[in-house]
Design a protein around this ligand. Sequence first.
Ligand code: C5P
Length: 404
Amino acid sequence: MEPLHSGNSQNVVLGVSGGIACYKAVELVRLLIRESFRVRVIMTKESMKFVTPLTFQTISGQPVATELFSLTQESQIGHINIADFAELLLIAPATANVIGKIAAGIADDLLTTVVMATQAPVLLAPSMNVHMYQNPILQENIRKLKGLGYHFMEPAEGYLACGYEGKGRLPDPAEVLEEIKSLLKKKDLLGHRLLITAGPNREPLDPVRYLSNRSSGKMGYALARMGARRGAEVILVSGPTALDPPSGVRRISVTTAAEMRDAVLKEFPRCTAVLMAAAVADFRPVNSISKKIKKGKKSLQLTLRPNPDILKELGENKNGKILIGFAAETETLVANARRKLREKNLDLIVANDVTEPGSGFDGDTNVATLLDSKGGVDPLPLMRKEELADRIYDHLLKLKANSK
Ligand code: C5P
């Protein structure tokens, strides 16, 4: 058997208590393993009536702990060993019963004993019938535990297995995963209010057509997600994209560059830093025609007018805020980026050659060079956009520390 304390990835202990949502916990383990978390599962007696330990064991690749005083389990994966292994203890689904026991200080099975013994943060995702969830005893228990530093996820609303509609569903495994990642992340951006732009603009030509670009918004959304995880308050001004807003982020949806400018200027005074990842449309048609342009013409001429440069405008009135721009280039990357850094009065620019493999608009990865106003140049290898977002924030914090 693998020793408990090894590897670089983070250790999550998942406690499964007996509710119908147990099956969703299986999917959650799959997602955690895919993201290289090391997962140990503890099952309560009742939960094994819904899903067998073998299911969790197969998915997690680790033995499942079910008993407090079993001779074999206690010597291999004893309760203190599991409690110490946990960097985060998640209980999903958390029944009214397990929440009540924890609130009362009862430790009469393996899961509740591990809760008592662990020093890791504990996250509970309650899932039950809507009336059970509203029960004042449960609500009192949740209030008490929150006051003691336990973390809770709100159940989702919708159709419940008991036949009722209402609040009581276990949130989607992807949302629970996001909450886990957020709790495990250092909150070094606490106190920052980040204004982030993302995605393309659409500049209307007529009621059915527009000019746009290939931006997917993925870089800006990755910045928003990682910023929120690191404790910042995040306002995301987004052009049209297919992406869901990351949890804990306030999204303002816009279409044209003019709308983006209005939203940015309105939020700018209250933010500490701006990250302009949007591919702002440089031009808009001079006349947007109110009727659909008919086909059949031999040729059609469009006259375009430049849009205002939002970032440049912010740079002219910086007021001590950190400004971060993006430069998508197809040639002379560093020289062009450095010129933009200077011209727009930025603190940092993220330059990427969009013609390079793994870099650019629609993918999940990027190859970028960070250039700062002090002359620093940091060429980064190919990495996921989330990781690049983290590197950008590390750099932002360094700039902030040096400016003190
Ligand atoms: O000059 P260029 O468009 O390459 O500069 C890119 C940076 O400037 C990006 O951060 C982009 O969001 C921002 N920008 C802007 N307003 C424009 C054009 C670009 O804020 N009209």
